[in-house]
Design a protein around this ligand. Structure first.
Ligand code: ZN
Length: 243
């Protein structure tokens, strides 16, 4: 069986040659990948196409495996699961009659969100989501404030400001003036990953690029930074898919 290579993994796939005229069709499930192609398409063209699609296939399978119903979007209802510091937390929505604003708290592995009982349906879902994001953001600030000083000390640097924001595509950023920003979603990842992201941004206070010296600096504090980086790469779609 042919396979594609992605992040040190081999993903095997099936080729079905049929009566298709020009286009190919790619079908991905949790454990199998099928490519339907026109009869005469060369093996080389197939292999090129699959190499181009490797990252997409890998991410797609990761989503399907972690979400058997293949629902990327969440509905913010009881029973759904959300990651927090690498653990899976179950959401419990409780409706309270005399509640002014939603409240979110973590009890063991359960994220308990109380919402005013007059908020139902879509409104209720949005209220739960907002309360959870508020809570996640607060936890991110707490955890980063707790972890950053020791890591900064090891590197001998001091950021001008540190902020936790909602960023679409970045886990963190560091400006030329020394202002560091983190995406609150990093609180969903295990602490080891959080540390890697913090160290990565702190090292940008020394090297603004990603040249070898930059990575040497990161490695001086996080020797297995490559593994942590690929963990993040592998899981980013799941973390992002949740909100
Ligand atoms: Zn960077």
């Amino acid at each position: 069986m042919p396979f594609i290579q992605y992040l040190n993994k081999q993903i095997p796939y099936d080729i079905e040659r049929g009566n298709r005229k020009k286009t190919v069709a790619l079908h991905v499930t949790a454990d199998c990948v099928t490519l339907k192609v026109p009869k005469r398409l060369s093996d080389e063209a197939i292999s090129k196409f699959m190499t181009r699609k490797a990252r997409w296939i890998h991410d797609r399978q990761a989503v399907i495996r972690h979400d058997p119903l293949n629902r990327i979007g969440k509905h913010y209802v009881t029973g759904e699961t959300f990651p927090y510091l690498g653990n899976t937390c179950r959401l419990l929505v409780v409706r309270e009659a005399h509640l002014e604003a939603p409240v979110c708290e973590l009890r063991q592995d359960c994220l308990r969100v109380q919402v005013p009982s007059d908020l139902t349906g879509e409104q209720g879902g949005s209220a739960v989501k907002e309360a959870m994001i508020d809570w996640y953001q607060g936890q991110a600030v707490k955890k980063i404030t707790e972890r950053l000083p020791a890591l900064a000390q090891k590197l001998g640097v001091q950021p001008k400001t540190v902020a936790v924001k909602n960023q679409k595509s970045q886990w963190g950023s560091c400006s030329r003036s020394g202002a560091i920003r983190f995406n609150w979603k990093i609180i969903m990842a295990p602490v080891a990953i959080l540390d890697y992201i913090i160290v990565h941004e702190l090292c940008h206070l020394i090297h603004s690029n990603h040249q070898p010296q930059f990575w040497e600096k990161v490695e001086s504090v996080i020797p297995d930074c490559k593994a942590r980086k690929s963990w993040l790469r592998e899981h980013s779609i799941l973390i992002n898919a949740l909100t």
